[in-house]
Design a protein around this ligand. Sequence first.
Ligand SMILES: [Fe+2]
Length: 140
Amino acid sequence: MPENTDLIKTLNKTLATASDFYINLKVAHWNVEDINFASVHAKFDEIWETTGTTVDVIAELIRQLEGQVRGTSLDITANTELQPYNSDLSSSQDNIDAILEDAKVLQTSLKTSYLAAVDVQEYVVNNSLLNEATIRFWCP
Ligand SMILES: [Fe+2]
């Protein structure tokens, strides 16, 4: 049983939210189909790559804190803070709006997790990749 049970739960919730966002970005990337297709399609993929790194950083911090990573599809479904993504959307604007809505939720979740982690394990967090630079990307 890890020492920081509440913190691990909080981090796993953020992990699920970031993982869900990661999947939603691909869905938006695939479904977008209007005149702005090329730029929006590429932008969603660019954010998707950064999100993948963020997901990994959260999972590695959970392990550093001796927690168990809850990252299966069932864990994501059970713990995500995002609303279900509407995969019927096909216009650039609709997908951008939906992705921005998700990004706001993820920003809040990351900030909550970061502050909770710094509070409990400042040294570990500041030596992990879930540092202020990562947070700044999501919460400018
Ligand atoms: Fe692609």
